[in-house]
Ligand binder design. Structure first.
Ligand SMILES: [Zn+2]
Length: 407
């Protein structure tokens, strides 16, 4: 890509200036978002706050879909780029462990603290402001830009985008996700799936175990086998590494603690790398001799919780691995944009997390890139935080990207 011929240095400087001017308002908006708790399926107040901000910043259209996702549009050209951030956050387990109130957005030494500051309210605040600034730089005629503030990202990642594409009809040719990449570029993530394995037994009185068949005992060799299987997963990927398998839950059915259980179920968290599919991962577990010997049942889990607007949109808990090639136009444009904004070569961000990229690229094959402020090491911790110095370059990235992309 010939950088000098696409977007002029004057436009770059203007994007940088607009982002700097917007930083105080962006911080206020971010503080408001942090102060509005938004657990999965409880995002209403935060959604309304995002809509107000989009309206005041002059988006051409601001709407709420039936699931409860907020969408803001700029431009009306035939080619669509979407900018996404999920709006929900994980909860708070032990408030006493927090140094700062998780729902105040307090700042200290240039850092803002609070639940969701890193994952992904910081990204969301900079997206809304950054994309709004494209209007001041001049939206290319051929483009439509959508900012999507999506719900249920923590509960069932990718679900909102299954809905946006299949039901709402959003059809972007590229997606930028404001994940906490510490201003690095993410072009792929491992996938994930949830598997359940069940054994059956015969219940008898606990004083006479030999007369029955204990479903927990039948499960024991399966747990060992899955743990061994993890160490033998051979599919490797240059950027994402190998998949993983871990037993993360167990429960048993028994009429009483004085009876032999006749049912036992484990949960398996299976991370997928490129080259592994949900079906191949399921079949690997089904093929374990210990699973066959016990006659155990192996299945995917389903997600079917109603959103905050009451919409149920059931899906299997399958979140594919995804990768956008480094020679793709969207990655090249993201690299070029980051270079201009940061004044240096951007890092490649190797994410440990999942994001809606599992749907946009993993299910629908839309070229997808992650780029955002904040560091994922702070996400889901009691030190959830964002460096305020990253807001300006993040906004400048989002405002400049569409111009570089079509330039
Ligand atoms: Zn998260």
């Amino acid at each position: 890509m010939n950088e000098s011929s696409t977007v002029s240095t004057a436009v770059e400087a203007e994007a940088s200036r607009l982002a700097a001017d917007a930083t105080p308002a962006c911080i206020e908006f971010l503080r408001d978002l942090v102060a509005l708790p938004s657990p999965p399926r409880g995002e209403r107040l935060a959604c309304e706050r995002v809509m107000r901000e989009m309206e005041s910043l002059g988006f051409d259209e601001v709407l709420l879909d039936d699931m409860g996702n907020v969408l803001g549009r700029l431009g009306s050209g035939p080619r669509t780029i979407a900018f996404d951030s999920h709006i929900d956050t994980v909860g708070i387990s032990r408030p006493a462990l927090w140094r700062f109130d998780p729902f105040k957005g307090q700042t200290l030494g240039g850092t803002l603290f609070g639940r969701g500051a890193s994952d992904q309210k910081g990204g969301l605040a900079t997206l809304v402001h950054g994309v709004a600034q494209v209007a001041k730089l001049g939206i290319p005629e051929e483009l439509t830009l959508w900012v999507t503030a999506t719900v249920n990202g923590e509960d069932c990642v990718g679900l909102a985008w299954q809905y946006l594409i299949r039901e709402f009809g959003l059809d972007p040719e590229a997606v930028i996700i404001a994940l906490p990449s510490h201003l690095g570029i993410c072009r792929g993530q491992r996938g994930r799936l949830e598997i359940e394995v069940s054994t059956e037994g015969i219940s008898t009185h606990g004083s006479q175990p030999d007369r029955g068949a204990n479903a927990i005992v039948a499960m024991a060799p399966i747990i060992q086998a899955i743990t061994r299987m993890h160490g033998k997963l051979s599919q490797d990927h240059e950027m994402l590494g190998r998949g993983s398998a871990a037993v993360t839950g167990i429960s048993a059915d028994s009429p009483s603690f004085t009876a032999i259980p006749d049912g036992c179920t484990i949960r398996v968290d299976r991370r997928l790398t490129i080259g592994e599919t949900a079906q191949s991962a399921l079949e690997e577990v089904q093929a374990l001799p210990e699973v066959k010997a016990a006659g155990a049942e192996v299945r995917f889990l389903e997600y079917a919780e109603p959103s905050w607007r009451g919409l149920e949109y059931p899906t299997e808990k399958i979140f594919p691995a995804w990768e956008t090639p480094d020679d793709s136009h969207v990655f090249q444009a993201a690299q070029s944009t980051a270079r201009r904004v940061l004044g240096r070569e951007p890092r490649l961000h190797r994410s440990a997390f999942s994001s809606h990229g599992c749907a946009t690229k993993g299910l629908f094959n839309i070229p997808t890139i992650g780029f955002g402020p904040a560091n994922e090491k702070d996400s889901h911790t009691v030190n959830d935080q964002i460096s305020l110095a990253q807001l300006q370059p993040a906004m400048a990235f989002y405002s400049l990207f569409p111009l570089v992309y079509v330039g």
